[in-house]
Design a protein around this ligand. Structure first.
Ligand code: ADE
Length: 241
């Protein structure tokens, strides 16, 4: 079973999300196990301080190296376990990187995510731990909890057996089935809503034709909305699992 260990200053916030919906079900079904650790437990003073002002001056607070290093060392079972640090300066997450991280996590049996905070962390934590920095996009959030949860969600839904209908994930946006591009439009009942009828082909029962229509729609949508995904398809396609 894959162990996902999250180190955070806001354990209640992280636990609440991990217990909900598909993430919660994955743990209930025994496919993953979450362990949430409060970084403050590794503070060395009675005020449970975890941050201080930057040497050399400047605005903002910096997380101390010791809390992070000792928290990671306490939870990891092996030096080979992947350790991620959420950071706007990291490698940008996409479906391909998600699957790469998941494969590494599954081969080691665990993955550790450190939620960055404040202005940043003392660089010596990185010198010691060599964490892989992951960004969820080119914008700055006020904490690393949401990015860590985004990374966990993107990974866990690709763990075998977590989604009831795995075929539905196979044709999501960014998958090989979609040539690394966007997904097609989808419809459900009723067939007419506010005078809008669903495309007729979907009622024909002709599976090959429906699949062809979906591929065409997906390609058109990708061309219109995300032409960047067409440029270098191989680089964008998440490999099959
Ligand atoms: N922390 C703050 N902003 C972030 C981002 N965009 N990605 C990952 N971690 C972050």
């Amino acid at each position: 079973m894959l162990e996902i260990k999250v180190l955070t200053l806001f354990p209640d916030m992280v636990r609440a999300v991990l217990e909900t919906s598909i993430l919660g079900r994955a743990q209930a079904q025994g496919q993953v196990r979450y362990e949430v650790t409060d970084i403050r437990d590794f503070s060395v003073d009675k005020h449970r301080t975890v941050d201080d002002t930057p040497y050399g001056g400047g605005a903002g607070m910096i997380m101390m190296a010791s809390c992070i290093v000792e928290a990671v060392e306490a939870v990891r079972t092996s030096d080979a376990s992947p350790v991620l640090l959420t950071s706007p300066q990291g490698d940008r997450l996409d479906e391909r990187l998600t699957l790469e991280l998941l494969a590494e996590a599954e081969s080691e049996g665990e993955i550790i995510l450190v939620c960055g905070h404040y202005k940043g962390i003392d660089e010596r934590a990185q010198d010691i731990l060599g964490m892989r920095e992951i960004s969820i996009g080119d914008y700055v959030l006020s904490g690393g909890e949401l990015p860590a949860l985004v990374i966990v969600d993107a990974m866990v839904r690709r763990v075998a057996g977590v989604l009831h209908d795995a075929a539905s994930a196979d044709c999501d946006s960014f998958t090989a089935e979609r040539d690394g591009g966007l997904d097609c439009p989808w419809y459900t009942k009723p067939p007419v809503y506010r005078e809008l009828a669903i495309p007729e082909v979907l009622l024909t029962g002709h599976h090959a034709k429906i699949e062809q229509w979906r591929q065409e729609q997906a390609r058109a949508r990708t061309r219109a909305r995300r032409p960047d995904l067409l440029g270098e398809p191989d680089a964008k396609i998440a490999p099959e699992r």
